[in-house]
Design a protein around this ligand. Structure first.
Ligand SMILES: [Ca+2]
Ligand SMILES: [Ca+2]
Ligand SMILES: [Ca+2]
Ligand SMILES: [Ca+2]
Length: 416
């Protein structure tokens, strides 16, 4: 069984002219490692209102009433007492309102009762919770971020900017089991060494079998090389594209932002020209999760998440998950890794496609710009979630409303 990469956009059905045009627009050029600053900048923050429980309120009394502190205290204490609390006057605000505190924190319901009591007092001009403001991530400064509808759009996007208020992936390792890594200014700071797991040196293009250098040597193929009648293909740099979707450095004024821009990528090379072997991919899953593989040094950076944007249809008579795959996946999940796989791009039931149809795998179908299933995506009950995969068919390359390409913008290499 040979498994092939799964591009997140339908590059294969683009016409050559459109492909050239779009490719030049989508490529984020690679640069030398010396250009990359390994210090990761932080995403700037903007304030926003929290609805968390509070014990602090702002009450403005009308100037005609409650002018004395004793009368104000009486008013607030009466309202607080209804909720089993006492009140304390802290200070005045710049416009003469009072900042007051209850002796206990009030949940939203009790806070609303307190405010209702206060507002019912004819001497009160207004009363509102003195809410805590929390830092929220603002949009990063990456020049192509406005084109990353998959991260930010209200419709069709995953709203990553809101998730960044909770986490940007710091401290997490995501294994990208794919074509390997390339030198890229928007990836280098997040890239771990990884491993080259292609055992067969005849197709590896680096002159040896398994080795510690996970560099993508290119998966270009000549006409007829992969199967009888197969077309000549340029290198996909698919591992670079997938790595950037996951963890391109954000807010570095360069290229794009990744979904988890502070996570680190563990690149494991398994795909060469015409695809990769099941046996190599299974070993890569085990090694990435921290398991032992004969002849390969231990992985010092076990992956919390293992990404498999690859797959293949097994024997059509028996499209079950191969035992080799299932054992590797079970071993990885037993070690605490989460295994994520593409559902596939064959417009077929995902249950015919491995590893999407294996147990203990999160199988991900592709959605387009509207959030609906992308026309090329696999489907069916084997799919666990759907995520933006974009749509680069010639008729829908550019969204007519926004003028933004409908594909998934990510890091790439411009070599052949
Ligand atoms: Ca090698
Ligand atoms: Ca190598
Ligand atoms: Ca960037
Ligand atoms: Ca599943």
């Amino acid at each position: 069984m040979s498994l092939t990469r799964r591009t997140r956009f339908t590059a294969a059905i683009m016409s050559a002219g459109i492909a050239g045009l779009v490719a030049s627009a989508l490529v984020v050029p690679s640069a030398s490692a010396a250009d990359g600053d390994p210090h990761l900048p932080s995403i700037p923050r903007r304030p926003s209102v929290s609805t968390a429980p509070t014990d602090q309120f702002i009450v403005k009394y009308k100037s005609s009433g409650r002018s004395s502190s004793a009368l104000r205290a009486q008013s607030f204490n009466r309202a607080a007492a209804k909720l089993g609390a006492t009140g304390q006057d802290l200070r005045a605000t710049v416009n003469g309102a009072r900042v007051v505190r209850t002796s206990k924190e009030l949940g939203q319901d009790d806070a609303e009762k307190l405010l209702a009591s206060l507002r019912a007092d004819p001497a009160v001009a207004y009363a509102e919770p003195d809410v805590k403001l929390q830092a929220k991530a603002a949009d990063p400064n990456d020049p192509f971020f406005p084109w990353q509808w998959n991260l930010s759009a209200e419709t069709g996007g995953i709203k990553a900017t809101r998730a960044w208020d909770v986490t940007q992936g710091a401290g997490q390792v995501v294994a990208v089991i794919d074509t390997g890594k390339t030198d890229h200014v928007d990836l280098n700071a997040n890239m771990l060494p990884g491993y080259d797991m292609i055992a067969d040196d005849s197709d590896a293009r680096d002159g040896d079998g398994r080795d510690p250098d996970a560099t993508d040597e290119g998966d270009w193929s000549t006409a007829g090389q992969c199967s009888s009648g197969s077309f000549e293909m340029a290198s996909s740099w698919h591992g670079t594209h997938v790595a950037g979707i996951i963890a391109a450095v954000a807010n570095n004024a360069e290229g794009v932002a990744g979904i988890a821009p502070k996570a680190r990528i563990l690149p494991v090379r398994v795909l060469g020209p015409c695809g990769g072997q099941l046996s190599d991919i299974a070993d890569a899953i085990i090694w990435a999760s921290g398991g032992a593989v004969d002849g390969v040094p231990a992985n010092p950076n076990p992956a919390r998440v293992i990404n498999l944007s690859l797959g293949g249809s097994t024997d059509p008579e028996n499209p079950a998950c191969p035992r080799t795959f299932q054992d590797a996946i079970d071993a990885a999940t037993a070690r605490g890794s989460v295994v994520v796989a593409a559902a596939g791009n064959e417009m077929a039931d995902a249950s015919t496609s491995s590893p999407a149809n294996c147990d203990n795998v999160i199988a991900v179908a592709a959605s387009g710009r509207t959030g609906a299933l992308a026309p090329y995506s696999n489907f069916g009950s084997a799919v666990d979630i759907t995520a933006p995969g974009g749509d680069m068919r010639p008729t829908s390359v550019i969204d007519p409303d926004s003028g933004v390409p409908n594909g998934i913008l990510s890091t790439l290499n411009d070599g052949d």
